[in-house]
Design a protein around this ligand. Structure first.
Ligand SMILES: Cc1ncc(COP(=O)(O)O)c(C=O)c1O
Ligand SMILES: [Zn+2]
Length: 418
């Protein structure tokens, strides 16, 4: 399909003014964020569920008719997306649910869901003749852009808080991107990166400002529906900082409803850290979003002012969902429980969806027989010090079998040497 056949333009999510899709149009003149608007009737005449059934492409590019770019990139053999949806009986039992699924986006190329946005953003930039991409990030979006820019032979300039986990900063440099570590919080890194990209006419891959990025993130919703054989889960838990991921998940379900492929939206639940509750505050007080002084171990959802807050609130309210907050201690316990029951090592922000789900079950905000999907958005391997807060490395044993056996006797119940 030609891009002009599938796209109608951008529309402001607040004042609803429409704009053509042209280079350097990121936000509305009123300051709010934009949505990509599709010509659904036309897409529905060219794109069918059966196309998906017969497609061999497991990556995000299998959904090209619903993406705001002309082509899929020349090289797609790295596979962004196509991550597993894993049913976990043991975690379900422990949380008190009957049907629990984990969407394991730690398996993406750079270890997080952000690869979905970077992959589409890089192609979008290319089609606009832009080969230098600028981003601010708490870590994962930067690592993701750096990784995929290396693969697609683009240049990435990253603004990140100097306090981001060293593994994430290292990852950026490892991929050969240019890192600007900012001696301040994420919000300042964000502001600087946008000012810099505007001043020098460079492409901005900034979460919560560039509408094309939610379009990449929405592919996770398409995959969930396909993986559940077109059954819609009752509830999806999404760790939320800026609100771009939950906004993208909403957009994915919205697209499928517009095409007439599904008839309902799951309840979308934003899980925030108690130390970073800007969206929770707005929902609870039915008030505009106000910035907070965020402080949480879950660095990826540590945000003072959410850049995609309105999209997040729309996702929560239109889907009949809710927002829930969890403490750092609940996050770390959930992180350990997730790893030890499912084999998935998630970073603290991702484990927030597990902690939020537990809390929602305990407080009867969801039903035990609801089918629930938890978005596991990023790998824990990038932040070992946080995980180490709940585990203790054992004292080494001397290199003889007797010591090994008494060591194991004290650790494995029922272990006997006789
Ligand atoms: C692993 C992970 N989970 C969740 C989030 C939160 O996404 P958003 O800021 O779009 O709400 C992020 C964002 O950086 C992330 O990296
Ligand atoms: Zn507007």
């Amino acid at each position: 399909m030609k891009v002009q056949d599938k796209l109608l333009g951008y529309q402001c999510i607040s004042c609803e003014i429409e704009y053509p899709i042209i280079p350097f149009r990121y936000i509305c003149d009123c300051g709010e964020n934009l949505d990509v608007i599709y010509n659904y009737p036309r897409i529905a005449r060219h794109f069918f569920k059966t196309d998906l059934l017969s497609s061999k492409d497991r990556s995000v590019w299998r959904y090209l008719p619903l993406l705001p770019v002309k082509y899929s990139p020349e090289h797609t053999d790295i596979q962004v997306g196509g991550t597993p949806l894993i049913e976990s009986k043991s975690l379900a039992d422990s949380i008190g649910l009957q049907h629990l699924f984990l969407k394991d986006d730690t398996r993406n190329v750079s270890g997080s869901l952000k690869d979905r946005a970077s992959e589409i953003g890089i192609q979008h930039a290319s089609e606009q003749g832009q080969h230098i991409l600028v981003a601010a990030s708490t870590g994962n979006a930067a690592a993701s852009l750096s990784s995929l820019a290396a693969y697609h032979r683009k240049q990435a300039i990253i603004f990140a808080p100097a306090s981001a986990p060293p593994a994430k900063l290292t990852q950026i440099l490892q991929y050969g991107a240019t890192l600007v570590p900012v001696n301040s919080h994420y919000d300042d890194a964000f502001r600087l990166s946008f000012e810099f990209s505007q001043k020098h006419n460079l492409y901005s891959r900034n979460t919560g400002i560039n509408p094309v990025l939610s379009e990449g993130k929405k592919t996770v919703a398409f995959e969930i529906v396909e993986q559940l054989n077109w059954l819609i889960p009752d509830v999806i838990f999404v760790p939320t900082g800026d609100g771009c991921i939950i906004g993208g998940v909403y957009k994915g379900f919205y697209d499928l409803i517009q095409l007439g492929w599904i008839d309902k939206m799951p309840r979308l639940v934003a899980v925030q850290s108690e130390g970073s509750p800007a969206i929770m505050n707005a929902i609870q007080n039915d008030a505009p979003i106000h910035g907070v002084d965020s402080s949480t171990i879950a660095d990826s959802i540590s945000v003072n002012y959410p850049r995609d807050g309105l999209k997040a609130i729309r996702a929560i309210t239109d889907s009949g969902g809710f927002c829930i907050t969890v403490t750092d201690d609940e996050i770390l316990s959930a992180q350990l429980e997730l790893s030890s029951t499912t084999g998935i090592f998630a970073e603290p922000a991702s484990a927030a969806s597990v902690a939020g789900c537990k809390k929602a079950v305990e407080s009867d905000m969801i039903r035990q027989n609801d089918s629930v999907v938890l978005l596991i958005t990023g790998t824990g391997l990038k932040d070992i010090p946080s995980a180490q807060k709940k585990i203790q490395l054992p004292t080494p044993v001397d290199a003889n079998l007797d010591d090994v056996e008494s060591f194991l006797k004290s650790r494995i119940s029922g272990f006997s040497t006789s």
